[in-house]
Write a protein of this length. Structure first.
Length: 108
């Protein structure tokens, strides 16, 4: 039976080098869940959605990808999505050390 991918898009965490990702980079593993936290009061971008590892701020979903997701959060559909680490590359430049995937939650 055909099963579509739950993956909506992937991204490197924007601003990773400016937040606390370096403090937890050695702990982050492929498959780890990341928290998505909308920031409608963000002074730079009201569509901003922060990405956190537990309570640690890693950065943001890139501005060029966040629009539709931000709308879904605004209207109360944030639980329809999950964020998962798909690549950890400490040898890369800081802004490309962690790649994540936004997926549709499987609610079946």
């Amino acid at each position: 039976m055909y099963e579509p991918s739950r993956n909506l898009f992937t991204f490197h965490i924007a601003g990773f080098q400016h937040h606390d990702g370096a403090l937890v980079l050695s702990k982050i593993k492929v498959g780890d869940a990341l928290a998505l936290v909308p920031e409608p009061d963000n002074p730079y971008d009201p569509d901003a959605v922060a990405v956190k590892y537990g309570d640690v701020m890693l950065g943001y979903i890139p501005a060029d990808s966040v629009g539709p997701l931000s709308v879904m959060f605004h209207y109360g559909h944030g639980d329809a999505f999950e964020c998962v680490v798909i690549q950890v590359a400490p040898e890369n430049d800081p802004w490309k050390q962690v790649r994540a995937s936004i997926r549709v939650t499987d609610a079946r």
